[in-house]
Design a protein around this ligand. Sequence first.
Ligand SMILES: Nc1ncnc2c1ncn2[C@@H]1O[C@H](COP(=O)(O)OP(=O)(O)OP(=O)(O)O)[C@@H](O)[C@H]1O
Ligand SMILES: [Mg+2]
Length: 316
Amino acid sequence: MSVVRFEHVAKSLPYGFWLRRKQVLLDVSLTVERGEVYGFLGPNGSGKTTSLKCLLGLLRPDAGTVEIFGRPGNDPDARRKLGYLPEHPYFYPHLTGRELVDYFGRLFDLPSDVRRRRTDELIELVGMADKAAQPIKQYSKGMMQRIGMAQALINDPDLVILDEPMSGLDPIGRREVKDIILDLKARGTTVLFSSHILADAEALCDRVGLLFEGKIVRESGVDELLEGRVQYWDATCDDLQAEQVPGYRCRATQGDRLYFRITDADDLDRWIDIVRQAGGRVVQVSPHRHTLEDFFIGTIRGDRRLADGTGSEGPA
Ligand SMILES: Nc1ncnc2c1ncn2[C@@H]1O[C@H](COP(=O)(O)OP(=O)(O)OP(=O)(O)O)[C@@H](O)[C@H]1O
Ligand SMILES: [Mg+2]
């Protein structure tokens, strides 16, 4: 059984006057399996938050099925096993960070000793130990995000749903959230998170789904997507003029240093031979691998070659 299942979910939301509605989700189908870290990617306004709200039972889909552990997301048994970090958490501003985490522990009926221990552990984990006694209204965006993360983990959930967990965080905070996600994964917890920060998603996810204009346009394993394929090499040589490297277009020169971009491995071998034979020196050959960002931008722009990493963005 999948931990999360969306099947052909559609949802419209009211906007403007006269009960007009906007079709926000057209067709969202995806599954998240046990123990997986799943990256839910998509540009602004594509419907990620709306989908997650449907999953949690905060919005009711117009059509299709959404399930967590085979049950609706608002089912009390499903809820006990999940943690949720909203995109814009609203927490009672007069509470301190510690009181907030404790409050969520009470909602899950944790015994007081367990609640206290977990609150301490989680506050430490998210790097908020020295700020936990401050009221939340004094928190910065990143501090809210950290305390929100602690709140989402208070019930030791089997499934964690995080809507933009890295947003508003500095590089240290991002690294810490990544480490928390990797730690959850090591313990077998299933994680579904939405993100725009593709390098982070690339480092964390087993699979990604790409949502665009309310539809899942691609879903794939990250390994399968990237496969370590080299798209092109940036190659640099010294002590030559461009005419001494015939058949290759020089992209830039700097004194007697020449810059090339080469898309084919055989062409690269020949380029190295030509440079050496002409008395030049190879300074650098650096491969550019296909990234999640290429996949994301390529898919959205409809550029299959960029999306699949089968072509180069630059001329040879
Ligand atoms: N409560 C609402 N009422 C009406 N329209 C809404 C509401 N919430 C979201 N929308 C619209 O639904 C679409 C999808 O919004 P959603 O917040 O799900 O996108 P998102 O993918 O999470 O975007 P972001 O990356 O900016 O967080 C947008 O066009 C948005 O304007
Ligand atoms: Mg959102």
